[in-house]
Design a protein around this ligand. Sequence first.
Ligand SMILES: [Zn+2]
Length: 372
Amino acid sequence: MTSSSIRLGKFLGIEVGLNYSLLFIAALVTFQLSSLILPNQAPGYSELVYWLLGMATAVVFFFSILWHEFAHALMAKVFKVRVRRIVLFFMGGVAEIEEDPRTPTAEFWIALVGPLSSLLLGGIFMGLYLPLGRHDIYGEMFFWLGEINIILAAFNMIPAFPLDGGRVFRAIFWFFSKNYLQATRLASYLSQGFAYLAILSGILSLFTGRVLMGSGLWGIFLGWFLLSAAKNHLQTAQVRESLRGIPLGRLVRQGQPLNPDWPLAYAIDRMAIGGTATSSPVIRDGHTIGFLSLDVLRRIPRIGWGGVRVENVMTPISSVRAVDAYQDLYDTLRNEDLQREPYLLVTANQQPIGLLSQRELIAFAEQQARGI
Ligand SMILES: [Zn+2]
């Protein structure tokens, strides 16, 4: 969790955090309701009542955003996509999902369910408001909550990244084109279109007072935010596609097999014959018991190479996490558990075929990303 967030705890197995910006907005909402909206619409109550109801409304507003994000998170669970955490911001939150949905259907529903649930909640509040009317203090409160939830739904459905609408649009296009990258490119262009519209609208409203999509600085800020998100999403998709087709097995360069009893100096000579290999299997009685990696060798001073045996410095296979050779580079790098492992043991048919260091994986991915 970033430093600008407070950890609230775990709910339904999902960690929830709160961005400080939301506290500021909550204070603003309370102030606006308690000192302006409620006293104007429903006069005749004491200060204390206005402030208490203003605060209560702000709290319900906060739960409305949580409700929206949990809808995303629970739908992600339905599609077996892991959710890392939820961080709440002022105009909605972010349900950080561990990986991108694998199918357009999953992405469509995970994205759409957020605005749908806000709309539902907005409808419920409007239903509570209707019999009371706007000059009732509770009616005014329910009206404000209904309105804000409907605005939340509508705002999030703008078809631009990183808003839900952008994802919904990409999912639809992905579904029909069967091409993730192409779908993202189109969605990214659309996002940029909306971003420029928001910026233009912001600038225009500064001069003419007319509002198209976001007024003044808010429009400019929103546009700038959408613009950078659009570019980021496209870049991420490009990297994802380039790493997706690369199974870990292809990165393994098997070196010359080594005997665990050999002195290190001799083993290094044998490894050098292997050419580009970054690790060599250490074999005893026909079984691979570990790997000798160049990464480890770098940390041993040359002076020690004569007296040390291979077995003393190798990485035993029992000490490293195994991953299948078919697993692709993208999934490996995105996986938080695997990120913590300095080395990964690549196996094919349960048999160890090589050792890859995290450093090698990242270096390869960067090299690949530069080629885009
Ligand atoms: Zn959402």
